[in-house]
Design a protein around this ligand. Structure first.
Ligand code: F6R
Length: 366
């Protein structure tokens, strides 16, 4: 049942090219530069009427929400807030009929996320769910749903469910931006074409597996890790750190790279591996200078950079080169080596990869 893989988590990591294809299947309208979402339950006029989107989720799904804020603000020019569901539901949040709630949940059963949907409904807002499990409680209570179609995820640490959430959010952003007019047909065509290339890029990133394993061997005895990124790479840094914590039990923190000098820089010494997400994008120069600050303090930089970036490769202690890709798919490509890193460190430590201690796949109680 593990299809020749040693653990479900590894099988699910390697299933991702197919999983994202399933998320997109029958939904991309390439010639129109648009997306068809069968159960969205919102008209174009309704979408154009929202002044704000509130995303609520927990854990890994919350990280997907943070990437969603970046994409929705960038592509749709609508203001987006992202909340942890257990905070949102108890805060008396400002929500009205002009607000669209977007609830993200793999299981569709997370108690706090379900309560957030009820809270929003109580205040007259509409709620859309991004869920993996069909007919789950959150999917049923929401006014519309975008299913991720990742297939059953058995590993407790979420991998393919997260990546397909990112795809579902991209599809939603494209649909939303086309409905409101924020995204032109031409831009829509560009974006659908970038999404269509995604499975091939994931295949390429998966080929880093052996290189990631040797990095895991080199660093798995460290007691702390720092993960740094900017823009859409910041939530991926959070997710990389969470994955490592969950299955390797190593303390890890994700931070926006620009925040480093406001505190975490004090932690950096010659024992601290720092995973830097340094793709050639609009944040490149800034992240490179953060990387230099880490190196100047003796930190051991593991860089995830764009293929051919010899400058970064020379500076870092370890390097993983990723295929150059469009911004809309870059957060997904960055996620792959971070999943593999957490996986290999966990295996080297002899941990139960698929069933980490104290964690449950579905958190149906508060
Ligand atoms: C992390 C993980 C958890 C879940 C969180 C929300 O690998 O699996 O952080 O993401 O418990 O679960 P869902 O998405 O089912 O609401």
């Amino acid at each position: 049942e593990k299809g020749g893989f040693r653990h479900f988590m590894l099988k699910e990591i390697f299933e991702q090219p197919r999983a994202v294809q399933d998320t997109m299947a029958g939904r991309l309208l390439e010639e129109e530069g648009n997306v068809y979402l069968e159960d969205l339950g919102l008209t174009d006029a309704e979408m154009a009427g929202f002044s704000r989107i509130c995303i609520v989720a927990c854990g890994t799904s919350w990280h997907a929400g943070l990437v969603g804020k970046f994409l929705l603000e960038e592509l749709c020019r609508i203001s987006v807030e992202v909340d942890i569901a257990s905070e949102f539901r108890y805060r008396n949040p400002v929500v009205s009929s002009g607000t669209l709630l977007l609830a993200i949940s793999q299981s569709g059963e997370t108690a706090d996320t379900l309560a957030a949907v009820r809270e929003a409904h109580g205040k007259g807002a509409k709620a859309i769910a991004i869920c993996n499990v069909v007919d789950s409680s959150i999917a049923r209570e929401a006014d519309g749903v975008v299913y991720t179609h990742a297939g059953l995820e058995i590993g407790v640490a979420s991998t393919k469910a997260f990546v397909t959430q990112l795809v579902a959010i991209s599809l939603f952003a494209l649909r939303f931006g086309r409905a409101t007019g924020a995204i032109s047909r031409e831009r829509g065509i560009e974006l659908t074409s970038s999404l269509l290339h995604l499975p091939a890029f994931i295949e390429e990133a998966l080929q880093l597996d052996t290189a990631v394993e040797s990095i895991a061997r080199r660093y798995h005895n460290s007691s702390d890790f720092l993960y740094l990124g900017r823009g859409y790479s910041y939530p991926i840094a959070l997710e990389g750190a969470l994955k490592l914590k969950e299955i390797s039990y190593i303390h890890a923190e994700g931070y926006p790279a620009g925040e480093m000098k406001h505190g975490p820089i004090a932690l950096i010494d010659e024992n601290m591996p720092v995973v830097m997400l340094v793709l050639r994008d609009r944040h490149y120069e800034k992240v490179v200078s953060n990387m230099e600050e880490v190196i100047a303090r003796g930190g051991r930089v593991i860089a995830l950079c764009s293929a051919g970036d010899s400058e970064t490769a020379q500076k870092a202690e370890a390097v993983l080169e990723l295929p150059s890709c469009a911004e809309i798919v870059a957060p997904i490509i960055l996620s792959i080596p971070l999943q593999l890193l957490a996986y290999h460190v966990s295996v080297l430590k002899g941990n139960d990869v698929d069933q980490p201690r104290n964690l449950a796949k579905s958190v149906t109680v508060e």
